[in-house]
Design a binder for this molecule. Structure first.
Ligand SMILES: Cc1cc2nc3c(=O)[nH]c(=O)nc-3n(C[C@H](O)[C@H](O)[C@H](O)COP(=O)(O)OP(=O)(O)OC[C@H]3O[C@@H](n4cnc5c(N)ncnc54)[C@H](O)[C@@H]3O)c2cc1C
Length: 536
């Protein structure tokens, strides 16, 4: 804090995504805090407010880093697309809008790993304060927070049949999977209100933009941190061909996401000596866990034809019917254009002896031609996708160049662990059992992808390797914890350095059981609490 008066800002936040935007909002509630928020992407893209925009922003460089993974055995030597939001709101502005807090067990595990005050009891009030939830359930949900969340209002006889089929296959309905018990088949809760996407740019930054103490700079690519010995003084960022240095009197907070944060650390000389040496970067601070402990969800999907007329959005939202959907959206904010990536979810156990669900399914009332382009098929179809909630396999993300514009090498190491392979194969079979249950008889056509010929465990596993994508949930590359295999402590401070914290999905010690936007926002909120507490 020595040069507080000389610095232009008290805090510099790198990355205006799910966590960074929430953090910027909370820190600037105190007019005494001068905050610089740096974002590599643009201020906005006009289509983001439309929920269905995820289907084109998923591979559009206007708002997306459009990374690619390394070819690996887990993906049958395929390099697969790794989208990440690149604009205010970060990935919350392009994601599939599914809202999942996770299981209480997830956060109790984080506490059990040595992270004080990260148990479910500690973080549940933060989830409550951040939500403005409109929907069912029996209490325990936030109603007054900045983040709009609502249950999908869309009705469809296909959904009724899927609920009944899941029940016939031995699963139960759950009125609120974000309550104390996650298990069951459910209507999705989404970051959507009145048909509009609720990104953190909209919910957290828009209300804060008028504050004189918040300075947002977009299209500003952070190159590296500025260190003086063990202290982080500020950052160097490039904007329009010019490199600018900014100084923080108190702290710099990295919120560049699970791919961006380890990259910036390594470009700053913080990380594994052999990684830095390979790219001619001097070691400023040895920290071997940087870029390690990377996890993501590998997502396997099955597609069926649908025989009942008028229920699949391949029919409801193509040709002349699309005009009807546009009209419906403009009049009521409902219909196809207002859907999240899946209107129904299921959180299930692949083995009865498990205490809590270990797989999640997304049930989708349409089928796509090419998963990369998200083009709808010409015939009525439906899709069910499944991932294992808490994968064991660990990958890595490391720079492959000293040039800040280059993407790091993304190595998932999917399916390396036997537990992961078993859960994915069983989850795959469970998807089939649900859709093949009698209540789906009037709706179910042919399973055309992969098709019934893929029926042994070995064939299913191979098909998953050859065809699956990520579910877009990278985490863990700046893992939080007390030991040598971690990057930040439970105050989110980088081990061994002063004036530097990390707040984003990179700090998750283990994978939360579900989609990762809500936990990332919670980390941004929690970081603000920690900073406020330590500043007094
Ligand atoms: C296509 C897609 C679909 C998804 N669907 C869902 C879903 O339905 N539900 C769900 O819960 N989760 C979903 N997720 C995941 C979820 O959105 C992310 O886990 C979450 O947004 C991560 O938050 P974060 O703050 O860690 O990172 P981000 O929100 O990605 O924010 C990082 C920010 O840092 C910026 N940045 C990076 N490097 C630099 C740099 N060098 N200089 C300046 N700025 C930089 C980025 O541009 C970005 O704005 C999805 C993600 C994607 C990409």
């Amino acid at each position: 804090m020595a040069d507080k008066d000389a610095a232009q800002y008290d805090y510099i936040i790198i990355g205006a995504g799910s966590a960074g935007a929430a953090l910027a909002h909370r820190l600037t509630e105190d007019p005494a805090n001068r905050v610089l928020l740096l974002e590599a992407g643009k201020a906005n893209h006009p289509s983001t407010r439309l929920p269905v925009s995820f289907s084109w922003l998923i591979d559009h460089p206007i708002a997306n880093w459009c990374f690619t993974s390394d070819p690996e055995p887990g993906t049958a030597d395929r390099a697969i697309p790794v989208p990440r939001g690149k604009l205010l709101g970060g990935s919350s502005a392009i994601n599939g809008l599914v809202y999942v807090r996770g299981q209480s067990l997830d956060y109790d595990t984080w506490a059990q790993l040595g992270n004080r005050d990260w148990s479910w009891r500690s973080v549940e009030p933060i989830f409550r304060r951040m939500e403005n939830y409109q929907g069912g359930g029996d209490g325990g949900r936030g109603r007054g927070g900045p983040l709009g969340v609502s249950e999908v209002p869309d009705q469809n006889p296909l959904y009724d049949a899927l609920f009944a089929a899941a029940e016939a296959a031995g699963h139960r309905r759950n009125p609120d999977y974000n309550g104390p018990d996650q298990e069951g088949i459910v209507k999705t809760q989404a970051t959507i209100r009145r048909g509009r996407r609720m990104s953190t740019a909209h919910c957290y930054l828009r209300p804060a933009r008028g504050r004189g103490n918040l300075h947002i700079v977009t299209e500003a690519l952070t190159q590296h941190l500025i260190l003086d010995g063990r202290r982080c003084l500020g950052v160097a960022y490039a904007q329009g061909g010019q490199v600018t240095e900014a100084r923080a009197g108190r702290e710099v907070i990295l919120s560049a996401g699970a791919i961006g944060s380890p990259k910036i650390l390594e470009l700053s000389g913080i990380g594994r000596p052999e990684v830095l040496a390979a790219h001619g970067i001097d070691v400023q601070h040895e920290l071997p866990a940087v870029g390690e402990n990377f996890r993501d969800h590998i997502n396997a999907r099955i597609q069926w034809q649908v025989t009942a007329p008028g229920v699949s959005y391949n029919e409801r939202a193509q040709g002349a019917n699309l005009v009807g959907q546009v009209a419906k959206y403009l009049i009521s904010g409902g219909g196809f254009l207002s859907l999240p990536s899946a209107p129904l979810l299921a959180f299930l156990k692949t083995r009865p002896e498990l205490a809590t669900p270990d797989v999640q399914m997304h049930l989708v009332p349409y089928a796509v031609k090419d998963p990369k382009r998200r083009k709808l098929h010409d015939f009525p179809g439906m899709t069910v996708a499944c991932y294992q909630l808490r994968p064991e396999s660990l990958g890595s993300i490391h720079i492959q160049s000293a040039e800040p514009k280059e993407q790091p090498a993304i190595r998932f190491n999917f399916l390396a662990d036997r537990i992961d392979r078993a859960a994915m194969v069983e989850g795959f079979k469970m998807m089939r059992r649900i859709v093949e249950a009698p209540p789906m008889d009037p709706f179910r056509g042919e399973e055309y992808s992969p098709g019934k010929a893929v029926d042994t465990d070995q064939a299913i596993e191979q098909w998953i390797r050859e065809n699956s994508e990520t579910a877009y949930h990278p985490i863990g590359t700046c893992r939080m914890g007390p030991g040598p295999n971690t990057v930040v402590d439970d105050q989110l401070k980088v081990h061994g350095l002063d004036g530097l914290r990390i707040a984003d999905a990179s700090i998750f010690p283990t994978m939360p059981s579900g989609n990762t936007n809500a936990p990332a926002i919670m980390v941004g909120e929690k970081c603000a609490d920690l900073i406020k507490a330590s500043a007094h």
